[in-house]
Design a protein around this ligand. Sequence first.
Ligand code: NI
Length: 191
Amino acid sequence: MPILPIVTYNDPILRKETRPVEENSDELQKLIANMFQTMYNSNGVGLAAPQIGKSIQLFVMDTDEVTKEKDDEDDTGPMVFINPKIISRSGDKYKMEEGCLSIPEVRDEVSRPEVIKISYLDKNFEEQTQSFKGWQSRVIQHEYDHLNGVLFIDYLSAFRRRLHKSLLKKIDNGRLETEYPVKPKNLMKSG
Ligand code: NI
């Protein structure tokens, strides 16, 4: 399965509204498999379709790597969210450091509510409604934003964003080395 290049934050596709997935197909299943492969290759815990250049309502998630030492009951394994809708957000807002495969090396704290309830189609195109907290809730909210053209840096104050300015410029110019393939092409870290 091919590893897909990840588009970086200056790409207009990351700002577009996505369209719903209309039907299940071999093509869709292949895309999902490739997205998991791409996500694991870059050590990510979530990946949204716009990040690999597809403007559709789809994201994948696997947080087991980060949750396994903390709370086993949170382990869900790989999950697929097609045409998701967050129905409710609840609980206290809290800050947590986030990053994004489309914005390599930039990390900062974002405040989001603790619990979400979401309805979506799973990998088999079956309707699900589920509540999530902790890591999963955090990743889902981040990936869900991608489907609406929102990036985590949008939540930062002008001051915080200025701190990342030189890094963002480097990404923009394709001068930032990454451990995984990105688009536009840039330097790949060797080894
Ligand atoms: Ni992201």
